[in-house]
Design a protein around this ligand. Structure first.
Ligand code: C5P
Length: 252
């Protein structure tokens, strides 16, 4: 029996505040594709360990929870994706910088990363997947249809994160945020297991001076010919491509 063709994947990787989440959700909604916020998986793990009162560096406890973790991400037009962990929306609780910091520590553990790999790959379903994170293009979906690496200046990224946190009602100290984001990015880039790095075949986009919709439009313009090309090569993702054609015809 022939193996069914894999659904197309758009990978968006980059550091904190580079716009992956907002851009990813806009792209997913415009394409009518599924959406995976892979950072939410590490955040959900951190959150559940904290809830259970377990020290997050306890690898055994982390692995036990990682193996049972069910995370589903639903994109929203205002970019505040619902994140269902075991069916319950805990999206807002995951956004604190404390949870983000614990997530980044857990994510440096190769065994933990291995434990969540299958859950991430299961999100690849027709008509397609938009996946954002740090290693979507390098490790999780190396055969992605298009890989984008988003960057922005540290100043811009910190300001964006500051606004997001304020909007969600967290109290934030700007100098502290500056420091934690810098530390988190350094840890993500330095770690041995799937470090934060652009895939060799990724297109890098600096979003410092761009609006979310503008970034999404540029990415979808890059994606379109690749979907058409893949369809021409008969890999069977014609429906996803046709879907994109019709849903995307009015894009800005
Ligand atoms: O993107 P977000 O800030 O939600 O991610 C939280 C942390 O999860 C990151 O700092 C990073 O350490 C980790 N992460 C990762 N690989 C991914 C996504 C997130 O290591 N694909």
């Amino acid at each position: 029996m022939k193996t069914p063709p894999k659904a197309p994947v758009l990978c968006l990787d980059g550091p904190s505040g580079s716009g992956k989440g907002a851009v990813g959700q806009r792209c997913a909604l415009r394409l009518g594709w599924h959406y995976l916020d892979s950072g939410a998986i590490y955040r959900a793990l951190a959150y559940r360990l904290r809830q259970a009162g377990v020290d997050p560096v306890d690898e055994r406890a982390a692995l036990a929870i990682a193996g049972t973790l069910e995370v589903e991400c639903l994109p929203r037009p205002d970019d505040s994706a619902a994140v269902l962990v075991q069916g319950v929306d805990v999206g807002a609780a995951l956004r604190s910088e404390d949870v983000g910091d614990t997530a980044s520590r857990l994510a440096a553990d190769a065994a933990v990363r291995d434990a969540v790999l299958a859950a991430q790959r299961r999100a690849r379903r027709p008509p397609g997947l938009v996946a954002d994170g740090r290693d979507m293009g390098t490790t999780v979906f190396p055969d992605a249809t298009l890989k984008i690496f988003l960057t922005a200046s540290l100043q811009v990224r910190v300001q964006r994160r500051y606004k997001q946190l304020k909007l969600k009602g967290f109290s934030v100290n700007l100098p502290d945020l500056f420091r934690t984001i810098q530390e988190r990015d350094a840890r993500d880039a330095r770690r041995r297991a799937s470090p934060l790095v652009a895939a060799e075949d990724a297109v890098t986009l600096d979003t410092s001076d761009l609006e979310i919709d503008e970034v999404a439009s540029r990415i979808l313009d890059l994606l379109q010919p690749r979907l058409v090309r893949t369809r021409a090569h008969g890999t069977g993702i014609a429906n996803a491509s046709a879907d994109t054609d019709s849903r995307d015809s009015g894009k800005s």
